[in-house]
Write a new protein. Structure first.
Length: 91
């Protein structure tokens, strides 16, 4: 096989990994709004940013992951300043 006809599996794998990072970051960002926002928020931001850097085919999902991750951290800051707690409290 000549170099021109060989499939470029490295690029395809990299794109697939970036897509998986975008989706995972989005899901973790959503979960972080409810539980463990201290941990899941920054992870969602990092995964979304990495997916954008690796040129994902799902850039909107990666941007949402970054936005939700930042919202997680913002909610945590609001909770800590409001009542000095690091967790949700319904009572």
């Amino acid at each position: 096989m000549s170099p021109l006809t060989q499939p470029r599996t490295g690029t395809r794998t990299r794109t697939r990994d970036a897509d998986a990072m975008a989706v995972t970051g989005f899901v973790l960002g959503l979960l972080g709004l409810l539980v463990m926002n201290l941990l899941l928020g920054p992870i969602a931001v990092v995964l979304g940013a990495l997916a954008l850097h690796r040129r994902t085919t799902r850039p909107a999902r990666a941007r949402l992951a970054v936005a939700l991750g930042l919202a997680d951290v913002l909610i945590l800051v609001c909770l800590v300043t409001a009542d000095g707690t690091w967790s949700w409290s319904l009572t």
